[in-house]
Write a protein that binds this ligand. Structure first.
Ligand code: GLN
Length: 194
């Protein structure tokens, strides 16, 4: 099992640490050739317009779309925005997942927060019952989940913060900034499916 992490901007190093702790081989992805031989890809948090512009500059847009047709791709925060079909702004988007997002939906950086989430799919897949402690940093919400995509988790007020479409995952929050490995384990299990 080898999982790449898109390493154009943002907190890719933290994802690599999590994957290594789970015994997975890793690779930093900056160019299309770096996708060769990977079983899955994580796109980190950071700044989605910057990530998108750099992906265009490095010729990564179509190779990423092609990669995601039959492998796992998980976007956290800015990475989730990059996966979406619409972020209500002019910026390069992969439009790989049938979700739309609203950027910075909880306010400014100082409005960042943490919350405990009940995520059934995650708890079932890992055989655990404790809630998932999620870190939101100037996070987007997932405004609509369409087509084959489904909601994985919402806040108590109903705002959607995680979605899945086949092997594609989008989370508004940052599992790489906690010690809870369950989301990375869940993603690895999706990458392992035939
Ligand atoms: N606010 C950033 C954006 O809209 C995302 C923040 C994050 O990845 N923590 O791109």
């Amino acid at each position: 099992m080898k999982i790449g992490v898109l390493a154009l901007q943002g907190d890719f190093a933290e994802h690599i640490v999590m994957l290594r702790r789970l015994g997975v081989q890793t690779a930093e992805v900056r160019l299309p050739a770096h996708l060769d031989g990977l079983d899955g890809l994580i796109m980190p948090g950071g700044e989605s317009t910057t990530i998108g512009k750099l992906a265009v500059a490095y010729g990564l847009m179509d190779p990423l779309r092609e990669f995601g047709k039959n492998r796992g791709v998980w976007g956290t925060c800015a990475g989730a925005i990059f996966l979406s079909t619409d972020a209500h702004r002019e910026q390069p988007l992969l439009a790989m997942m049938d979700i739309t997002v609203v950027r910075n939906a909880f306010g400014a950086q100082v409005d960042s927060f943490e919350a405990d989430l009940e995520i059934d799919a995650l708890q079932q897949a890992t055989g655990t019952t404790q809630p998932y402690h999620a870190v939101f940093i100037r996070a987007p919400i997932i405004a609509t989940v369409n087509g084959r995509a489904r909601v994985l988790s919402s806040l108590p007020d109903g705002r959607i913060v995680a979605a899945q479409e086949g092997r594609l995952l989008a989370t508004s929050f940052h599992p790489e900034l906690t010690n809870d490995m369950r989301f990375h384990q869940y993603f690895i299990s999706l990458c392992n499916q035939d």
